[in-house]
Design a protein around this ligand. Structure first.
Ligand code: NAD
Length: 337
């Protein structure tokens, strides 16, 4: 099925967020009519400035935990990309909200999609479902051992999506993205991600703070590559009913990432600082991209070095506009504010 087509009406839940807004950009540029459903709890209207300017994007401010809102948003759509969720650090201080949005909210959307005869439902899961998996690189058959309510609730949504395919024939594809970075990544509050936090601290002359010994690894994918891959995956008929990992295919230890950011910002006078581990932190995430490559032919275009350069340009502008933004970054941002 061709997703990137002017005839298609596409719903992106969580489309005002980090990845969702880049996906919306890709879809709008391809000519699709996109409806973004987002309650703006972590998303921002400004993330959609370019997309809204195309005239092909509509933002609906609404909550996926409300079934009637989901029904209204889904009616008349051809394709759904479901990204709306609450994140891993939020799950540590508010597990019930995480469950409500990530598990129940997903079920609401699946039920609405079934009623609306949706042609493709793309469930965006996460590599966090692998948790303490022991075999690397991670293939789609690796055991899922989530360590957090976030990982557990995202996995529940994944299983509900698979069940809607099995029981009702809903054309579902499940994607497990690994860590994303790039412009619009969160630095603030409990959504704050490691790369923007490292960058903004380095720009302010403060050392990156690593929780743990810095040996835990992540597989970083530039967000625009991720968004393009999501569309490619959604178009791959052979993946309906199936699941696929989405990542770059290289693991980077977080301590090493801190040093890369210090080098990129020219602050090699600073040293990475270490603090106690974050609870439930997954030790290792490293994707085996073989299934993705074989099924879609997709390859990432942006190396980590190039992606960090583009991302740093963006955060330099953020920092120049608002040097006080560091106040929005709490150190142990998984604890209740
Ligand atoms: N960022 C990553 O590195 C990463 C890695 C793997 C998977 N993912 C997955 O990608 C998706 C997007 O993640 P992101 O990093 O862009 O997060 P994000 O927080 O920027 O985006 C999520 C969006 O969902 C919205 N939202 C939250 N609760 C909602 C609700 N009840 N109703 C409607 N909207 C709601 C938020 O306002 C936000 O705009 C998520 O499903 C996440 O699990 C992200």
């Amino acid at each position: 099925m061709q997703i990137a087509h002017p005839q298609n009406r596409v719903l992106v839940t969580g489309g005002a967020g980090f990845i969702g807004s880049h996906l919306t950009d890709v879809l709008a540029t391809a000519g699709c009519h996109v409806t973004v459903l987002d309650n703006l709890v972590n998303g921002r209207r400004e993330n959609l400035t370019d997309a809204l300017a195309t005239g092909r994007v509509t933002l609906v401010v609404g909550d996926i935990t409300d079934a009637a809102t989901c029904e209204r948003a889904v009616a008349g759509q051809d394709v759904i990309f479901h990204l709306a969720c609450l994140g891993v650090r939020a799950s540590l201080h508010d597990p019930f909200s995480n469950h409500q949005v990530n598990a129940l909210g997903s079920l609401n959307l699946l039920a609405a999609a079934r009623q609306a005869n949706i042609r493709r439902f793309v469930y965006i899961s996460t590599s966090e479902v692998y948790g303490k998996a022991l075999t690397f690189p991670l293939t789609e058959t690796a055991t899922t051992w989530p360590t957090t309510v976030y990982g557990g609730s995202k996995l529940a949504g994944e299983h509900y999506a698979a069940a809607y395919h099995q029981c009702y024939g809903l054309p579902v594809i499940r994607i497990r993205p690994f860590n994303n970075y790039g412009p619009r990544a969160h630095f603030e509050g409990d959504s704050g991600e490691v790369i923007p936090r490292f960058m903004l601290r380095a720009l302010a002359g403060q050392a990156p703070v690593v929780f743990g010994d810095g040996q835990h690894t992540r597989d970083f994918l530039y967000v625009r590559d991720c968004a393009e891959a999501m569309v490619r995956i959604a178009e791959t008929d052979g993946l309906v009913g199936d699941l696929v990992n989405l990542g770059y295919g290289e693991e980077t230890p977080i301590g090493e990432l801190g040093r890369l950011v210090l080098a990129a910002t020219g602050r090699t006078d600073l040293q990475v600082q270490h603090e106690a581990d974050r609870p439930g932190d997954v030790p290792r995430l490293w994707v085996d991209p073989a299934k993705l490559r074989n099924a879609t032919g997709w390859r990432p275009r942006t190396s980590l070095a190039e992606g960090l350069r583009i991302t740093l340009d963006y955060y330099r502008r953020i920092y120049a506009k608002n040097p006080g933004c560091l106040a929005q970054m709490t150190a142990r941002n998984w604890e209740k504010a």
